[in-house]
Design a binder for this molecule. Structure first.
Ligand code: PMV
Length: 361
């Protein structure tokens, strides 16, 4: 939808070398995206909270070249060190973007990237890294051609590009919360990019915490892309997509009105539905660990005993996302220290919260 053969530099008007840096966060889906078609298009709409502390910083440097080979020229440094695996992955992504950004082959590109969280903690970085890169590319387009001066158009294109890199990354572009996928509940929603939901959120959710309890940092036995693909043969796939659509409508109302109980119920039901789908895939698999189940039981018990609105969510992995409003942070942190740390690898918790979205540095 963004293909534009006219976005080419005029070789007779050389441009100065330059750079852009974006810091972009991860996000946590409350209604999950699981199952896709074509190029990272979702089988059902999803809604996520935008995080604050789990971020990627990406700097994109560019210099004009006379490229006779037609190849895109790229160097990639991760935490100051050249990284061939990331370079190859990013190059494949940029090659895919050629019809959208034909000027990329007229530049030498250098990317310096780093995460705010430990690389080995088992926290997925594809949403933060792909959104940061997409934002840098939009800044580059706007600097060279002046075509993205409208902030709404800028964000929409960044979200579209991030989605091509890693589906759920498209939701990281927006502050506080975002919705991705076509739904009657949201005018202007699309499978191609996410739309902002932060402005409509009840204040309750703008001061929300998501402490990520690292149960295991081991590489997942089954990747998300394989997991999405297994949905195609899953006998529960169609009812699941209908369930997600229905839950999204309910969740939107709950998040607008500040209905914590409905929010928490959907968050937990969605986390368990995601993992149930994995267990019903062919071949079946399980990403939860004994520690994951132990924490889930303790969270439910703690909620029943204390009456505090503390809920869990899960991504496609064993780590628990503990969700709670900021006004009970001291009580919840004490609960984590007393009862949950013992289930965490190296007692590691990545403290996070709902944030303002990406920022240009
Ligand atoms: O964006 P992907 O392809 O890594 O898939 C992410 C899927 C979940 O994290 C499990 C759910 C979601 O909506 O983020």
């Amino acid at each position: 939808m963004y293909e534009n053969p006219k976005l080419l530099l005029d070789p007779s008007k050389p441009i100065e070398p330059g750079q852009f840096t974006w810091r972009s966060p991860s996000n946590l889906a409350i209604v999950k995206y699981w199952g896709k078609y074509d190029v990272q298009l979702p089988k059902n709409p999803s809604l996520s909270l935008t995080l604050a502390a789990s971020c990627t910083d990406t700097m994109l440097e560019f210099t004009q070249i006379e490229n006779t080979s037609g190849q895109i020229q790229l160097d990639f440094f991760f935490h100051q060190e050249e990284n061939e695996a990331f370079r190859a992955r990013t190059l494949r992504f940029l090659e895919q973007l050629r019809p959208i950004f034909p000027f990329l082959q007229q530049l030498h590109l250098s990317i310096h990237s780093g995460n705010s969280f430990p690389h080995s903690a088992g926290i997925a970085s594809s949403a933060s890294s792909m959104s940061a890169l997409a934002l840098c590319l939009c800044s580059l387009e706007d600097a060279l051609f002046g075509t993205l001066s409208d902030p709404k158009a800028f964000d929409q294109k960044a979200s579209y590009l991030a989605r091509l890199g890693s589906g759920s990354a498209c939701r990281s572009i927006f502050s506080h919360a975002a919705i991705w996928g076509l739904t009657n509940a949201v005018p202007g929603s699309s499978d191609e990019y996410a739309v902002p939901f932060g402005d409509e959120l009840h204040d309750q959710f703008k001061n929300f915490h998501d402490d990520i309890l690292i149960v295991s940092s081991d590489e997942k036995a089954v990747s998300s892309s394989v997991g999405h693909a297994l949905m195609d043969g899953n006998p529960f796939a169609e009812p699941r997509y209908a369930q997600a659509r229905a839950r999204l409508t309910t969740l939107i109302d709950a998040m607008k009105s500040g209905d914590l109980e409905t929010f928490g119920k959907i968050a937990e039901d969605e986390a368990l539905a995601l993992h149930a789908l994995m267990m019903c895939s062919n071949p079946s698999y399980m990403l939860m660990k004994p520690g994951t189940l132990a924490i889930i039981e303790k969270v439910r018990q703690y909620r029943a005993d204390s009456g505090n609105p503390v809920y869990f969510s899960l991504d496609a992995g064993p780590n628990i996302h503990l969700l709670y409003p900021g006004d009970i942070i001291h009580e919840v942190r004490a609960f984590i220290d007393d009862q949950l740390l013992e289930h965490c690898e190296n007692q590691y918790v990545q403290q996070d919260w709902v944030g303002e979205g990406p920022e240009e540095m």
